[in-house]
Write a protein that binds this ligand. Structure first.
Ligand code: 2HA
Ligand code: ZN
Length: 274
């Protein structure tokens, strides 16, 4: 039987995240998408529903998430509309027993399908489920202005230089993302290539920037995933302002960055200093 109290709680969480993303200007038109793997309590809440679609084949089998259920924003839907019409703009899908197909349990009224970035979401859920020992449930992709602008403004960006620039631009960064941010050079939106590269990045880090496009973040819950992206975006904005003001005249040193990480017991990725 459907448990409306629990269901309302999940919907409220996604409303808050999507509303915050839209109001920050990270989700123009149908830009950006959110997925939440359902934990056991949330999972059971969708038991016994009459299914709303046939099984629809995934582009690749993902047996690691066989049987899982996900709340996912809909393709072509606007995140800013989730607060008003959640049942039209989000859906709950179930993956089959072999991890080869999905079917709709709830949502996308009157008809619809999950985000075009489903490969990145589902493959990244495999990575974050594994690396967190099944404690991470949330994945967000979004289009924040300053992170995107940075991928145009700085020459020869890679994971090391991007992580270092952002760590230096805001003293909180090394605490929020001590493993740095993966930089992924441009790949076609919605492609398996982009999905695979993002999922691979999520094994090592909690954030990945898509050149000329946006950012992805994961977390135990939507607040944690959102917060990581929010801090990265703030650092990118500071960095751009500093560049516009004529460039940094001083910055956080490697010693200071390491000291901040040590002070907050954060496992900094030392290889990013090499
Ligand atoms: O959902 O953000 O990357 C629209 C997008 C594609
Ligand atoms: Zn996008």
């Amino acid at each position: 039987m459907i448990n409306y109290t629990i269901m309302q709680k999940i919907i409220d969480e996604i409303k808050k995240t999507s509303g915050d993303m839209a109001r920050r200007g990270w989700a123009e038109s149908n830009g950006g998408n959110i997925s939440l793997r359902l934990n056991s309590e949330n999972y059971a809440c969708f038991d016994g529903l009459q299914t709303k679609s046939d099984w629809i084949k995934l582009p690749v089998a993902i047996p690691e998430i066989a049987g899982e259920r996900f709340l996912v924003t809909g393709t072509g839907r606007f995140l800013r509309n989730i607060e008003v019409f959640p049942e039209k703009n989000i859906g709950v899908i179930e993956i089959d027993r072999k991890g080869e197909a999905w079917q709709l349990l709830w949502g996308y009224e009157p008809t619809g399908a999950p985000t075009s970035e489903l490969p990145a979401h589902l493959l990244s859920h495999v990575s974050i489920k594994k690396k967190s020992d099944n404690q991470s449930f949330a994945f967000i992709h979004t289009h924040p202005n300053s992170v995107i602008a940075l991928t145009y403004a700085v020459a020869n960006l890679d994971t090391k230089s991007l992580s270092k620039i952002l760590w230096q631009s805001h003293a909180e960064c090394v605490v929020v993302f001590p493993q740095g941010i993966e930089f992924l050079s441009w790949k076609m939106a919605g492609s398996m290539d982009l999905g695979r590269a993002t999922a691979e990045a999520m094994l090592r880090r909690n954030l990945a920037v898509w050149q000329f496009h946006g950012i992805c973040g994961c977390g135990r819950n939507l607040d944690e995933a959102f917060g990581r992206i929010d801090v990265a975006e703030k650092a990118a904005e500071i960095c751009l302002r500093v560049m516009a003001a004529g460039g940094a005249k001083q910055t956080l040193t490697d010693t200071q960055l390491r000291a901040i990480a040590a002070n907050f017991n954060c496992p900094i990725d030392e290889s990013l200093f090499e």
